[in-house]
Ligand binder design. Sequence first.
Ligand code: NDP
Length: 311
Amino acid sequence: MNTEKVRCLIIGSGPAGFTAAIYTSRANLSPVLYEGIEPGGQLTTTTEIENFPGYPEGISGQAMMEDLKRQALRFGADVRRGTITKAELGSRPFRITVDNDKVIEAESVIISTGATAKYLGLESEMRYRGAGVSACATCDGFFYRKKVVAVVGGGDTACEEATYLASLCRKVYMIVRKDYLRASKAMQQRVNDTENIEVLYGCNTQEILGDEEGVTGARLVRNDGTTFTIDIAGFFLAIGHHPNSELFAGQLELDQEGYIKTVPGTSKTNIEGVFAAGDVKDPHYRQAITAAGSGCIAALDCERFLLANNA
Ligand code: NDP
């Protein structure tokens, strides 16, 4: 198999990966970045980003990712199409296989493969993605000011997103499949104390309704089989995220949900020379700006590691 030696390999092309590429290329580490199956990452599926510092007018997710990529290319990062299909991290250089037909021998690896929001799997959900269906209230909530929206899920994320949306929207429904919330007591209290949140217990979504403008409602089914419709302009998924860490299971330490564990305050994993950044290691914040910050941390950790090891 075709083999290539690389000093610094970056896996993933969201804000964490591209920030790591900007820093490592400016530090002359000649990084190679593989974009993966979703070039640009999750941000390319959101509409407008208005909370990333430095963009007073906002910027589309797509445009931001193109800018980040151009910035990395400007300093010489080698950005490539391709998906990592195997990672052998047992000894250095690490052996990383791309698209099953090429092996990269990497002195260091920065993993920024992100996380994927879970969706219900409805056909109508796909139809209105970006047109009323969103998996990120912090990103998209602002577009639903004074409107009625729904949040699916009964965990901490759903409660947090519902209370956030309640501060912007006229009314927020929470669609909860059990007859109780799984969230912490404190989060439940916040939901209960918020007047414009109505929790619909024991309900599942059968279909998201809409027209050419976007979402107009949802048909729900109660656990007894009866159905009813709610009128909403936005439908927010908050049923969990899935970190994209499968390739590294059994080699890197992962937490119960599959997030890569790092030494607190750093990007260091349990394997020296392997660093993690962005949503693949972050179950809590999941913002573009925090991912970018952790990409910077990974680049600095990586640079120090390579220097210390004369690699
Ligand atoms: P969770 O897995 O905790 O909750 C997911 C929720 O979605 C559950 O209520 C679950 O229902 C529901 N759900 C899952 N699949 C479906 C489906 N197909 N249809 C309908 N409902 C569904 O995920 P979270 O993202 O809320 O939290 C992840 C972790 O992050 C947790 O450990 C959480 O505590 C933590 N977190 C902490 C925060 C904080 O401390 N401020 C904020 C956000 C997250 P069911 O209960 O029936 O399984």
